[in-house]
Write a protein that binds this ligand. Structure first.
Ligand code: UT7
Length: 347
């Protein structure tokens, strides 16, 4: 595999170079947190008609983390955020904006980002939630980047956090084996000496919203005893169709950011894909022409943690030494909406 001409790349991003007078945004630190409780495939096989063999061979997942009853998305998010803040060498009061990507907010409103603001003591920060399902962290990076590049803010905290166990139908074997809880966070600043976010892209297709959704609890179907009895407050998914759309959308998004940065897949040190299914990851890697060792995979430990997925994986890839300074990373995601996205980072 050829090594990347890393030093010259940061300013090859056409938008960084021209649109915003050279101001770039960097991921200066990352952090993550997963709840302590581990739920194994063997335990699930005792409650629904499934097996470790089926789950492992169809998905690659071996276990997932489950938050405690009194541990909410804002708690999980705050722990990941404080880790990133400590590593960035900043104080919470320096944060200008908090973006929390989640489909499992503590409440429908106010936003989980506001609850995180209070929990971490980021008193100066504006705060809002972003809902792009499993694509949320990359949507968050792209939005955060815009605020840095436009000089609106100097320090943005982007968090992907989920307590998916709270919306899983634990009697539905089609979905309950797939998901887990966790959070990952990143601090964005304009620090040209740090890890550059070279480009990011986002996409959506609302015509396929029904493929993966939680039907009730919003304005279309408010909570009633009937909606609860019909189990409409749980996540529902057409797995096969979602799978096909995931492979196509992730491939297209990855190719788009590679093209924008004039990069070849062989120049990417580490591909960090959304961790939904090992077979999706392998299919995307293969179609991109990547070598298996370029792919970062940790879904065997956590399952699909939606908006937290690539954020946790990025943190683990960094902490494990898999990524070194100057390496080029490709992040690529897909989720309900449908939504998708990709980003290139020069670490
Ligand atoms: O994060 C957002 C993106 N999410 C995704 O991208 C997930 C995409 N989808 C998938 O990962 C896969 O479609 C699944 C893992 C959900 C399912 O795998 P599949 O190979 O598409 O299986 P299937 O849905 O076609 O089901 C095959 C069989 C069915 O039985 P019959 O109808 O053939 O008798 C299912 O009922 O497997 C059965 N099945 C299970 N069996 C044992 C479904 N779930 C289970 C289970 N244990 N947990």
């Amino acid at each position: 595999m050829s090594s990347a001409p890393a030093k010259s790349l940061r300013f090859r991003n056409p938008r960084a170079q021209h649109d915003f007078k050279g101001r770039t945004s960097s991921i200066v630190a990352v952090g993550s947190y997963v709840p302590e409780r581990i739920l194994t495939n063997a335990e699930l096989a005792r409650t629904v008609d499934t097996s470790d063999e089926w789950i492992t061979s169809r998905t690659g997942i071996k276990e997932r983390r489950i938050a405690a009853d009194d541990e909410f998305t804002s708690d999980i998010a705050s722990k990941a955020a404080l880790m990133a803040i400590g590593r960035a060498g900043i104080t919470p009061s320096e944060i200008d904006l908090i973006i929390v990507a989640t489909i499992t907010p503590d409440m429908l409103f106010p936003s989980t980002a506001c609850l995180v603001q209070q929990k971490i003591g980021a008193r100066r920060a504006a705060a809002f939630d972003l809902e792009a399902a499993c694509s949320g962290f990359i949507y968050g990076l792209e939005i955060g980047q815009q605020f840095i590049m436009s000089r609106t803010y100097d320090t943005v905290l982007v968090i992907g956090a989920e307590k998916l166990s709270s919306i899983i139908d634990w009697s539905d074997r089609n979905t309950c084996v797939l998901f887990g809880d966790g959070a990952g966070a990143a601090i964005l600043q304009n620090r040209p000496d740090s890890h550059g976010l070279l480009t990011a892209c986002m996409g959506a297709d609302g015509s396929k919203a029904e493929l993966l959704c939680m039907p009730a609890g919003g304005s279309r179907c408010p909570a009633t005893s009937q909606s609860v009895a019909s189990r409409l407050h749980y996540l529902r998914m057409d797995g096969k169709e979602t799978f096909k759309n995931a492979v196509n959308a992730m491939l297209t998004a990855a190719q788009e950011v590679l093209r924008r940065c004039e990069l070849d897949i062989t120049q990417i040190k580490c591909i960090i894909p959304h961790q939904a299914n090992r077979r999706i990851i392998d299919a995307v890697g293969e179609r991109l022409g990547a070598q298996p060792e370029q792919l970062f995979v940790n879904l065997e430990k956590y399952g699909n943690t939606s908006a937290a997925s690539v954020a946790i994986a990025l943190d683990e890839a960094v902490q494990s030494g898999r990524i070194q300074q100057g390496d080029l990373l490709l992040l690529v995601v897909f989720g309900a909406g449908l939504t998708w996205g990709a980003a290139i980072i020069e670490w």
